[in-house]
Write a protein that binds this ligand. Structure first.
Ligand code: PMP
Length: 458
């Protein structure tokens, strides 16, 4: 296509998009003035836009295209299933082959004991399912009052009324009044940003201690569950101190409180284990997953339920009044099934744990650790967060109205790299199939864009 034609196509679609499309998590008015970037296709770790620019996707879409773009095996799994049975529900005493097979396949990779699977379509729906299921569990056990769920500041658990209530993002609480009751929050384990002079270990204990204090304040017999992401993802990739989850676990055990891991980002190999719970030695009673489950090719999510909750639900002689039309959707389930099989065939979790994950973490530090803008780099496997600072030595942050993260993100996009900004933190979560050469390219581009960002603010 000629340059002129490309520009015309871009302008047409920008105008079309602006005329009818309301975008999620976006100032649509501002976007309409500027014009959205139009992504046309993808292959491996790369995307192309309507101007023909090739972009290295350092975010795997939205933390989800773990097996990379253009996987024909996944396309065919969907096509074959749609030809046979595009839809049937799993509500009224029926099932179908993809749902039954996928439940078994998920159970083969979850931590021990988490071997019953409830299906939904999005991470938010999976989280909502956790809210309702843990409360139903305690009701079955004769303690309907044990229904408070404790989460954390700056946690992200989705955008539904339930997920937004549970999450700890104040910007979300301000809109649409997502005020589901019975939710309490404690501080986040963000060592670089919030620990002051405390060592990581001291801070890990202090943050876990906040859970115990909260439990005692509201009464242990009123608390159903603690929920957390093994690594906070949308909050900026915040890796907790090494001792944090162990302490949390002990406290929950002491007061007989269920542990829920929100594995929507960490699940399916991101941290170098099938689930973040395995990387951090969390022993969840219940776990949400989405994104990497199908590598984002079709929307599907799931909740893996441990023996304690599943046996209560199964033995309780009544319906669980919860579910979605598309729970276990046949085509989405067939794609997810194929996706997990591919991950196993290609030893992708081992590749992240022992090869590309350590390589990525090392190269990223080599490229960026000494940069004047880099305050701190944290991450494990193929996920990382970088705090941008004004003054490294004094640990001085940029004023929030400068929007340093946005400036950096724009330089990245204009130079063929997708990095996401969360406030003043830059985050990365590339497809798990990324090669060494592509990691090198990502790191080189990141360095260049940090230089350009520094120039922009100097
Ligand atoms: N939980 C976590 C930990 C997430 O990161 C997300 C999405 N980023 C969600 C829940 C919500 O998932 P979805 O956008 O699919 O509803």
């Amino acid at each position: 296509m000629s340059e002129q034609n490309k520009n015309a196509v871009t302008a047409d679609y920008q105008a079309l998009d602006a005329s009818h499309h309301l975008h999620p998590f976006t100032n649509t008015g501002a976007l309409n003035k500027k014009g959205a970037r139009i992504i046309t296709h993808g292959e491996g770790v790369y995307l192309w836009d309507s101007e023909g620019q090739k972009i290295l996707d350092g975010m795997a879409g939205l933390w989800c295209v773990n097996m990379g773009y253009g996987r024909q095996e996944l396309v065919e799994a969907s096509y074959e299933q749609m030809k046979k049975l595009p839809f049937y529900n799993t509500f009224f005493q029926t099932t179908h082959m993809p749902a039954a097979e996928l439940a078994q396949e998920i159970a083969s990779v979850t931590p021990e004991g988490l071997d019953h699977i409830f299906f939904a379509n999005s991470g938010s729906e999976a989280v909502d399912t956790i809210i309702r299921m843990v409360r139903q569990y305690w009701a079955i056990k004769g303690k309907p009052y044990k229904n408070i769920i404790i989460s954390r500041e700056n946690a992200y658990h989705g955008s539904t009324v339930g997920g937004a209530s549970l999450g700890g993002m104040s910007g979300m609480h301000k809109q649409g009044a997502p005020g589901v009751g019975g939710i309490e929050r404690i501080r986040q384990p963000y060592w670089y940003g919030e620990a002051g002079d405390m060592s990581e270990e001291e801070f890990g204990i202090a943050c876990a201690q906040a859970l115990e204090e909260k439990i005692l304040a509201v009464g242990p017999d009123n608390v159903a569950c603690f929920i957390g992401e093994p690594i906070q993802g949308a909050g900026g990739v915040i890796v907790p101190p090494a001792n944090y989850w162990g302490e949390i676990q002990k406290i929950c055990q002491k007061y007989d409180i269920l542990v829920a891991a929100d594995e929507v980002i960490c699940g399916f190999g991101r941290t170098g284990s099938w689930f973040g719970s395995q990387t951090f030695d969390i022993k969840p009673d219940i776990m949400s997953m989405a994104k990497g489950l199908s590598s984002g090719y079709l929307p599907i999510s799931a909740v893996a339920v441990g023996e304690r909750i599943s046996s209560a639900l199964i033995e309780h002689d009544d319906d669980f009044n919860h579910g979605f039309t598309y729970s276990g959707h046949p085509a989405a389930a067939a794609v997810a099934l194929k996706n997990i099989q591919l991950m196993k065939e290609e030893n992708i979790v081992d590749y992240v744990a022992n090869d590309i994950g350590p390589y990525f973490q090392q190269k990223l530090r080599e490229a960026l650790a000494d940069h004047p803008l880099t305050g701190h780099i944290e991450g494990t496997g193929l996920v990382a967060g970088i705090a941008l600072v004004k003054d490294k030595e004094k640990k001085e942050f940029f004023p929030s109205d400068l929007d340093i993260g946005y400036i950096c993100r724009e330089h990245c996009f204009n130079n063929g790299l997708i990095m996401r900004a969360v406030g003043s933190r830059m985050v990365l979560s590339p497809p798990l199939v990324i090669t060494h050469a592509e990691v090198d390219e990502l790191c080189e581009k990141a360095r260049l864009c940090f230089d350009l960002t520094l120039q922009s603010v100097s």
